[in-house]
Design a protein around this ligand. Structure first.
Ligand SMILES: Nc1nc2c(c(=O)[nH]1)N(C=O)[C@@H](CNc1ccc(C(=O)N[C@@H](CCC(=O)O)C(=O)O)cc1)CN2
Ligand SMILES: Nc1ncnc2c1ncn2[C@@H]1O[C@H](COP(=O)(O)OP(=O)(O)OP(=O)(O)O)[C@@H](O)[C@H]1O
Length: 298
């Protein structure tokens, strides 16, 4: 296993200062993993109450807007820094990290036991952690050692419009996908027989595992995406659906190269950002939330 060189990473991406009034923007190094995770999830009721107060007070509404504006600016700066760090990664290092991360996932009991998954189709131009081996394995019928395993069901992203609207559609083969305008492989809405593909939001059974992309992550579960809001919007809706149906919430696991893991306080967040349950980096699996600590224990 490769060890992430945190000193280099962290000195390059120093913590940013950002407004502290948003509950989710504060974290202390000394807090336990559980306590930090809970801070990232302010109770919805509390947020709604704050929002209602703000709605009746135009000056605090302006303050809130300015804070959000500042957070979006800081996110943009961080995205540029991380893109630069990814660009300067040695190609050999990258392919070693791809191998290690994929092996960690493929060998993990929580992956092996998953039955329905949502995973991203990695795009090399975006320098995302490769998922090709994971995707192939999911779409295979049998495991490597020849023991027949239950076939997993796979849903992959399809961008529907620029208003942060993404669906997760079922595929059964890599041939089910075509490149979109951003050069990311995604499923056509209809299959080869002209039938609508199953949308995970209409599925009868719950997804147990999400494998998520992103630009930067921290060890408290903060995630910086590419700025479209696609995943945050989708995950919020899926979590609401799972809650309404009394399903177990899916495990949200992000895949990350070493330079994408940054110090606490570096990733600015808004209440709309959905934290991840765990990270898989070349240095290992990092369970963060109580659900991850429970489901990923060896
Ligand atoms: N593989 C993969 N599929 C995915 C996502 C993803 O992040 N990775 N998405 C996750 O949302 C959705 C698509 N969203 C995307 C958002 C931005 C860019 C992109 O090309 N961003 C450029 C910068 C563009 C710009 O700012 O001008 C980049 O990040 O370099 C691609 C996909 C759905 N499918
Ligand atoms: N300056 C801004 N003012 C208002 N809204 C913005 C601003 N910048 C971005 N947004 C919107 O906020 C939403 C979420 O952006 P955010 O930066 O949190 O996305 P992300 O978490 O990086 O993306 P994803 O969830 O797809 O991984 C997007 O819909 C985006 O259009």
């Amino acid at each position: 296993m490769l060890a992430c060189d945190k000193l280099t990473t962290r000195s390059r991406l120093a913590p940013m200062t950002h407004p502290r009034t948003l509950a989710s923007s504060v974290a202390s190094r000394s807090l336990s993993s559980l306590a930090r995770f809970l801070i990232l999830r302010p109770p919805t009721g509390a947020l709604l109450a704050t929002a209602r107060t703000k709605m009746s007070d135009p000056s605090s509404e302006n303050q809130e807007r300015d804070q959000l504006e500042s957070i979006f600016k800081q996110k943009k700066i961080l995205r540029t820094k991380v893109r630069r760090a990814l660009k300067s990664m040695d190609p050999l290092q990258r392919s070693q990290e791809d191998e290690t991360i994929q092996s960690l996932v493929l060998d993990a009991p929580w992956f092996k036991s998953s039955q329905r998954l949502c995973a991203y189709i990695s795009c090399s131009a975006l320098r995302e952690v490769d998922t090709s081996k994971i995707i192939s394995r999911i779409l295979q019928n049998s495991s490597k050692d020849g023991h027949i395993q239950m076939k997993k069901k796979l849903y992959v992203p399809r961008v529907e419009d620029k208003n942060s609207h993404m669906r997760m559609l079922n595929i059964s083969s890599v041939n089910d996908m075509i490149a979109n305008s951003m050069d990311i492989l995604e499923p056509a809405a209809l299959d080869a027989d002209g039938n609508e593909r199953e949308d995970v939001m209409q599925a009868d059974d719950p997804v147990d595992l999400f494998l998520l992309p992103g630009l930067a992550f921290d060890e408290s579960g903060r995630r910086l995406g590419r700025g479209g809001g696609y995943y945050d919007t989708f995950l919020r809706n899926y979590q609401e659906l799972a809650h309404a149906r009394s399903w177990k919430q899916p495990l949200l696991v992000a895949l990350s190269y070493c330079p994408q893991i940054v110090d606490e306080g570096v990733i600015p967040v808004t209440p709309d950002d959905i934290p991840v349950d765990a990270l898989v980096s070349p240095s290992g699996v990092i369970p963060i939330s109580p659900a991850a600590l429970d489901r990923m224990k060896i």
